[in-house]
Structure formats: structure tokens, C-alpha cells
Design a protein around this ligand. Structure first.
Ligand SMILES: [Zn+2]
Length: 263
């Protein structure tokens, strides 16, 4: 990658981003910012479809969300572990894409891959900034770039010499966890397109018979997405929103400009 990303969202599974922060990425992409996604796994354990199917679908969803870059690491699906080896893989991507903001999953939840991805992502960001640590290209494992590969190909060939980098801000997308967000992002204008991005995962979300007891049909998924986005929107007086947690306290310059009415 020749140009840094403004925002890099990291998630355990292909289609997590589409559910938790896809509207936020799209909103910023529409403003001309460079947004990318790193999926830690490739979905080979999924009930429906293959990892190759899901790679094509992730590329299609990336186009819908106007991402400039999307890739998947080769961490086993269902076995996301916060190991040194995996931290180096994440850190290598951080050095390669040099994001200003990183969005991670919230650090608690039902699925071990999700909460482990949170800690792994955070420690990957930290590791990426270690000045004396060299991360050779081999440490990256097999990175499958499904969108923005051409930009990736143009990067300097000195792969072993990516300079250290830490993102300025780490945000946690908290949609999967019932926790009060620090703030929400208004995605009223992006909600419909974000829904299309999720439905780009045809092997998972197309109306079909196989596994239909496990996988709800389009109409039901849509109703759930509306309910979740509508709930978080209501908290801030907008139609649809995505929730985030940040660990740092908020800093205000102008108290007259703080949004969301109190009474
Ligand atoms: Zn997931």
C-alpha cells in the first residue's frame, strides 16, 4: 500500500464488519477518506459455502462499502488466538496500511473469536509501534488481499523494512455486546447500502433451503438490522446508528457544540 489508510477495521470473521461498523466506514468513505478492512479468518468453518466463496463475497461487500483495501489473514476460523505469531501478523498489516484510526470488536461477547480478536487487535497495534522490532514478510503469513490489491502491489519491495507505526485512536465496535456505547455514529443515510453489503454474502444470507433452520431469511435479518440500528439511533435522536466504545475520556473544546439534546 503506497498511501496510508484513514481507518482500518479489524474483525474475526468476514461479514462482522458489515454488521458492526460498515455504515461508519461507508460514511467516511463517502467523505473521501480511505477505509480498509482486515478480516482475521476466512470462514472455512462456515455451515454454508467455502472460504473461496466468502472471499469473493467479501470483495463484493468491499465494493459496496467503498473500501480502498480489504484482506484476510490465515488465522484458523473458530480458533482465533492471541499468540505472538498472530500479533506479528496483525502488526505487519498495521505497518503496511498505517491507519490513523483502528476499529476493533468490543472486548467482551459470546463468541470467543470476537473478544479474542479485540485483545489480539489491540496488542497487534501496540506491537506494530515497537521501534526495535523488525517484522519480516514471512511473519505476515498468507495475506489474501481481496480488494485494493493493485495499490498493494505498488508498495516498495523492501518488505522487511516497514517502519514502526501505531494508530492514533482505537475504537471498539460494540454492537455484538449489550453495553452502553460511548458514542454512536449516525448511519441513517448509509443504512440501506450497508444492508446490501451484508446481503453480498450470498452463501450466508440468500433465501435458501439448506440450513434454513439455522439461518434466518432476508426479511427477518432486515428486521433485526433495523431494530438494532434503530435502537442505537434512538439513543442519540437519529434514525439509525452504530455504537462504539472508546477507553479514553472525551475532550471538549466548545460545550455549545456538543450534539444530542438532554431534555
Ligand atoms: Zn463473527
Amino acid at each position: 500500500m503506497t498511501q496510508s489508510l484513514d481507518i482500518l477495521a479489524i474483525a474475526a470473521h468476514r461479514d462482522d464488519i458489515e454488521q458492526t461498523c460498515g455504515g461508519t466506514l461507508l460514511k467516511h468513505a463517502e467523505r473521501g477518506l480511505r477505509c480498509g478492512v482486515l478480516d482475521l479468518t476466512r470462514g472455512e468453518m462456515g455451515t454454508r459455502g467455502t472460504a473461496a466463496d466468502r472471499g469473493r463475497e467479501a470483495a463484493a461487500a468491499a465494493g459496496v462499502l467503498k473500501l480502498v483495501w480489504r484482506a484476510a489473514l490465515d488465522i484458523p476460523d473458530g480458533r482465533v488466538e492471541n499468540s505472538w505469531e498472530n500479533r506479528l501478523k496483525v502488526a505487519r498489516v498495521i505497518r503496511q496500511t498505517r491507519p490513523r484510526v483502528v476499529i476493533l470488536p468490543y472486548w467482551k461477547g459470546r463468541h470467543p473469536d470476537h473478544y479474542t480478536a479485540s485483545t489480539l487487535g489491540y496488542e497487534g497495534c501496540f506491537t506494530a509501534g515497537l521501534k526495535k522490532l523488525t517484522i519480516p514478510a514471512e511473519a505476515a503469513g498468507n495475506l489474501e488481499v481481496v480488494a485494493g490489491a493493485e495499490a498493494n502491489d505498488q508498495r516498495p519491495t523492501a518488505n522487511d523494512d516497514l517502519p514502526p507505526h501505531r494508530p492514533f485512536k482505537i475504537l471498539y465496535a460494540s454492537l455484538y455486546c449489550d453495553v452502553r456505547p460511548t458514542f454512536v455514529v449516525d448511519i441513517s443515510q448509509q443504512f440501506e447500502v450497508r444492508t446490501l453489503a451484508l446481503f453480498a454474502y450470498k452463501s450466508q444470507y440468500a433465501d435458501q433451503q439448506a440450513g434454513s433452520g439455522l439461518f434466518p431469511a432476508h426479511a427477518e435479518i432486515r428486521a433485526r438490522l433495523e431494530a438494532m440500528a434503530g435502537f442505537y439511533g434512538l439513543l442519540a435522536g437519529v434514525r439509525y446508528a452504530e455504537p462504539f466504545v472508546q477507553k479514553e475520556v472525551g475532550l471538549v473544546e466548545d460545550v455549545l457544540a456538543i450534539p444530542v439534546a438532554s431534555v
